[in-house]
Design a protein around this ligand. Structure first.
Ligand code: AHM
Ligand code: MG
Length: 334
C-alpha cells in the first residue's frame, strides 16, 4: 500500500522545504480543514438533518440565505475564534468584519470565506463548497478594521476551497503549488491525493452562464461566438460547454482538465461588475489558478493586482487555461 500523507504531515513538509508555513498558519489551515469536515457532514445529512431550505433571512448582498449558508458560516466562525491564530474574520454572509472577541488570544492572520458557495445548488444535491483566503494583519494592528482586510490578492499567504461532491476534497495553496486532499470519511482525515496540480495552457472547454448572453459586452460576445462557431469558425476547432453554477465545482474541473471560466460584467448593472465577490471568491481562486499555471483577470488586469475598496465588492472573472484567458483579455483591450 502506498504511504498516506495527512494534511498535517504535508504542511510540515512544505514548511521544511519552503519556510512559508509557520506553526500559527498551519494551525489556521488545519482548523479551516476541520470546519470543512463539519460542513461536509451537515451537507451530507440533507433532508434527514433538516438543513435544507431557506433560513428566512437575507445577507448583505440582498440574497436569500439558505439554512446551510448560515450553519456553515457559524461552523467556520466557531472553529476559528478561540485558537489564538487570528485577528479577525470576514464572510460573504456577514455585513461587517468579525474581530476576535477580547476573551480570546489574538493572532496575526485575517481569514475571509464564502462559507457555502453555490447556494442555488444546495437543495438539489449538486456539488457545493467553501472558499477561503488568508492575509496577514498589518504590522502593529491590535483590533482589525475593515480597512485592514482591503489588501490586494498578491498578499494572500494561503487560499483554498473544499468541494462537497461525490467526494469531499480540499484544494490548497500556500504559494508553492496547488495540492489536493480527499476526505477519508471513515477515518475523518484529509489525505493528500494530488500534488502540484497543473492547468493545461490550452483547452476546448468553457464555462459561462449563457442565459445572460443578451447582456454581454462585445468582447465577451465575440469570444463566445467564436468558440460556438466550432471547427469551421475562426478558432478552427470545436468547443464543449459546462456550467455547474458552483464556482468551486467549475474551478475544480478546470484544475483537473483545463478550461476557461467566465462571470463577466454585463450591461444590466454597470456599477456592479459581475456577480462574484473579489475578496473571498475571485482572489483565492485566482491565487490557486495562477499557482497551477493558469491565469485570472477581470478582462482588464490581473485579479490579484486589484486594490480592493470594499469588503463585498464584485469583480468580473475570467480564469483558467492561460492561453484562453489571455485571448479573452486581449479582446477587451482591442
Ligand atoms: P453564491 O456565493 O451566492 O453561491 O454565488 C456564487 C455562485 C458561483 O458559485 C457560481 O459560479 C455562480 O454564483 C452561479 O451564478 P448563476 O446563478 O448566474 O449561474
Ligand atoms: Mg459564492
Amino acid at each position: 500500500m502506498t504511504k498516506r500523507i495527512s494534511l498535517t504531515q504535508h504542511l510540515i513538509e512544505q514548511q521544511r522545504l519552503h519556510n512559508k508555513i509557520p506553526s500559527e498558519l498551519r494551525l489556521l489551515i488545519e482548523v479551516v480543514g476541520r470546519a470543512c469536515k463539519s460542513i461536509s457532514h451537515a451537507v451530507g445529512k440533507g433532508a434527514l438533518g433538516e438543513v435544507l431550505g431557506s433560513a428566512g433571512s437575507e445577507n448583505v448582498q440582498g440574497e436569500v440565505q439558505k439554512k446551510l449558508d448560515v450553519i456553515s458560516n457559524e461552523i467556520l466562525l466557531e472553529a476559528n475564534e478561540w485558537g489564538g491564530h487570528l485577528a479577525g474574520m470576514a464572510s460573504e454572509e456577514m455585513e461587517t468584519i468579525h474581530p476576535i472577541p477580547n476573551r480570546y488570544p489574538k493572532g496575526e492572520y485575517l481569514l475571509m470565506f464564502d462559507p457555502l458557495d453555490g447556494s442555488s445548488n444546495i437543495d438539489v444535491n449538486v456539488s457545493i463548497g467553501t472558499i477561503f483566503s488568508v492575509l496577514k494583519a498589518p504590522e502593529g494592528m491590535t483590533t482589525p478594521s475593515e480597512q485592514d482586510f482591503l489588501q490586494p490578492g498578491t498578499r494572500q499567504v494561503a487560499a483554498g476551497y473544499a468541494v462537497y461532491g461525490p467526494q469531499t476534497v480540499l484544494v490548497l495553496t500556500t504559494g508553492d503549488g496547488v495540492h489536493c486532499f480527499t476526505l477519508d470519511r471513515e477515518m475523518g482525515a484529509w489525505v493528500l491525493t494530488q500534488r502540484d496540480m497543473q492547468i493545461p495552457e490550452d483547452t476546448k472547454e468553457f464555462a459561462i452562464n449563457a442565459s445572460n448572453a443578451r447582456h454581454w459586452y462585445p468582447p465577451v460576445k465575440r469570444y463566445v461566438d467564436e468558440m460556438l462557431a466550432g471547427s469551421t469558425g475562426p478558432r478552427g476547432k470545436d468547443f464543449n460547454m459546462r456550467w455547474i453554477a458552483s464556482m468551486v465545482a467549475d474551478v475544480h474541473r478546470i484544475l483537473n482538465r483545463g478550461g476557461v471560466f467566465m462571470y463577466p460584467a454585463d450591461a444590466r448593472e454597470p456599477d456592479k461588475p459581475g456577480k462574484l465577490r473579489l475578496m473571498y471568491e475571485a482572489n483565492p481562486m485566482a491565487f490557486i489558478v495562477e499557482q497551477a499555471g493558469g491565469a485570472a483577470t477581470n478582462g482588464d488586469q490581473r485579479i490579484l493586482d486589484i486594490q480592493p475598496e470594499k469588503l463585498h465588492q464584485r469583480v468580473a472573472v475570467f480564469l483558467g487555461s492561460k492561453n484562453e484567458v489571455e485571448r479573452v483579455t486581449g479582446y477587451h483591450k482591442e
